[in-house]
Write a protein that binds this ligand. Structure first.
Ligand code: ZN
Ligand code: FE
Length: 254
């Protein structure tokens, strides 16, 4: 079994450490900073094997060069971002497979937040590292992609097994949940989840990971076919893409 650790950094970022106790290999996902990762590696006695980047934004790659220099790790990142991710050793794209000991992750291309965004899916370990594509009850802003690209990307993630754990890179859950309830006030799962989320945040605890099953039940960006959401938006009977596009637009100014 993989050991997955979550390191909260900056205002609301999470860096992940994935450790395979059998081989001793360790990866970090989206290291915004190097020092907090080095501190945990030191405490655990782990040696860093890989950095896995999901996209080029500074709060996901800021620790790349220092970590590479200090640990000798290899950097795996989107091939199409070769020119804008520091220290990249291996560029990967859709359906490439990366290994951590005997564990494997498949790369899924999810353009939308950025044009080169990818996610890492450890099928046998039921874990998805989804960067800024999918958040708990939300999704990433469209900086470099069209609503259609993002919608197609989210559809791929929605189709993963319901028990898949969602390890996203930001703690945006409370704000996302408020928006979710504003467009679907009658969703009892969302109401219940928000109570749990408020409790966790009051204790300064993480609300991540969630699961694909929970997202299908509560995340408005997974639910453009909800009649209740369509009614709120005045878009009854319109296509999921149309409803998704309007949801994303409204969330931007919520
Ligand atoms: Zn980003
Ligand atoms: Fe980010």
């Amino acid at each position: 079994m993989l050991t997955i650790l979550q390191i909260p950094v900056l205002t609301d970022n999470y860096i992940y450490l994935i450790h395979d106790p059998v081989s001793g290999e360790t990866a970090t996902v989206d290291p915004a900073l190097a020092q907090p990762v080095l501190a945990v590696l030191d405490k655990k006695g782990w040696r860093l094997t890989y950095i896995l980047n999901t996209h080029h934004h500074w709060d996901h790659v800021g620790g790349n060069l220092e970590l590479k220099l200090k640990t000798g790790c290899k950097i795996i990142a989107p091939q199409s971002d070769r020119d804008r991710i520091p220290g990249i050793d291996r560029g990967v794209s859709e359906d490439d497979v990366i290994s951590l000991g005997q564990h494997q992750a498949r790369v899924i291309s999810t353009p939308g937040h950025t044009s080169g965004h990818i996610v890492y899916y450890f099928a046998e370990d039921n874990a998805l590292f989804c960067g800024d594509t999918l958040f708990v009850m939300g999704c990433g802003r469209l900086f470099e992609g069209t609503p259609e690209q993002m919608w197609n990307s989210l559809q791929k993630l929605k189709a993963l097994p319901p028990s898949t754990r969602i390890y996203c890179t930001h703690e945006y859950t409370q704000a996302n949940g408020r928006f979710a309830l504003s467009v679907e006030p009658g969703n009892s799962r969302t109401r219940q989840k928000m109570l749990e989320v408020q409790q966790l945040r009051a204790e300064n605890k993480s609300t991540v990971p969630s699961t694909i099953e929970e997202e299908i039940a509560t995340n408005p960006f997974f639910r453009p076919d909800s009649v209740s959401i369509q009614k709120t938006l005045g878009l009854e009977g319109l296509s999921p893409l149309h409803v998704f596009t309007e949801l994303r637009k409204r969330k931007d100014s919520f």
